[in-house]
Design a protein around this ligand. Structure first.
Ligand SMILES: [Zn+2]
Length: 291
């Protein structure tokens, strides 16, 4: 597990306890009275321990957390997981270069972008053209996409869901086959991309088939896994050959999602009351290797 969780309170508490001076913890004194087992001069050690205890707990936890786990959450975890931030001004995110996304402006977590660049270059070297059509999406952006389909002003897979499903519960369930409710999109995390086309006709064409064959054989070497393959059991979005997820980050993030996000966070958009009834099936209806 390359990325653990920095917010493990029990671990942090344990670290803090270790910093408390205990009876007899002071540097051992030899016959000459020098602190032989202390890396700092005795006087500095005696000053340092009380100073450390004056530091606020978050600083102590940050100092004691492994470096790779602090990088799992570049922002406050709940705001980050739910998409309440701007990737263009947030630490840990980079804008994708034009060769990956043309003139569109897309952002990803830096680690995911780095390996996606390697993936795209490797594909190109073997005659396969890959490019990004969607990457990080904010909560507001996802809400606009969701509500346009919910209120019938845009179609979902060519269907007007408002006309087909006047009942809100049925409409939410139909929409969640193809769209994520705001707050529940993996695109919030900056770890997931949509490649080449959102049209199933493309992926069934010779060019799409060639790209998919390459991705299925090679993407894993760069950390990328298809989020919604065919044949999954249970609920979750339909088969999406275009949606690929950077597993080294998104797998631990999904595990932490359960911990940080509760029913009360599912709010602020049309149909939220219905989505709240069933959202875990959606979030966890992904490729087993991303859980
Ligand atoms: Zn997607």
């Amino acid at each position: 597990m390359p990325f653990g969780s920095a917010q493990d309170k029990s671990q942090g508490d344990g670290d803090r306890r270790n910093l408390k001076p205990e009876k007899g913890l002071g540097p051992p004194r030899g016959r000459d009275g020098q602190g032989r087992h202390c890396r700092l001069p005795t006087a500095n050690c005696q000053l340092l321990l009380p100073l450390l205890l004056l530091l606020p707990l978050p600083l102590l936890l940050a100092a004691s957390a492994p470096a790779d786990s602090t990088s799992l959450f570049p922002l406050e975890p709940r705001a980050y997981l739910l998409g309440h931030f701007h990737p263009d001004t947030s630490a840990g995110f980079v804008r994708l270069p034009e060769r990956l996304s043309g003139e569109q402006r897309h952002w990803l977590r830096a680690e995911a972008a780095r390996d996606l660049e390697r993936l795209v270059a490797a594909a190109e070297a073997q005659g396969v053209w890959l490019y990004v059509v969607s990457a990080t999406r904010t909560h507001n952006r996802q809400r606009a996409l969701w509500e346009a389909r919910f209120d019938g002003s845009r179609t979902s897979m060519g269907r007007n869901l408002l006309e087909l499903f006047p009942d809100e519960g049925q409409r939410c369930r139909a929409l969640m086959r193809y769209s994520a409710p705001p707050g529940l999109s993996r695109h919030h995390w900056g770890t997931d991309v949509d490649l080449n086309s959102l049209s199933m006709a493309y992926w069934e064409s010779p060019a799409g088939r060639k790209a998919l064959d390459w991705l299925e054989a090679q993407a894993g070497e760069y950390g990328y896994v298809m989020a919604y393959p065919a044949g999954r059991r249970g609920a979750g979005p339909s088969y999406e050959p275009w949606h690929w997820s950077y597993q080294p980050l998104s797998q631990p993030l999904l595990r932490d999602f359960q911990r940080y996000v509760t029913d009360s966070e599912i709010k602020g958009f049309s149909g939220a009351e219905q989505v709240r009834l069933d959202w875990r099936k959606f979030v966890f209806g992904v490729n087993e290797s991303l859980k």
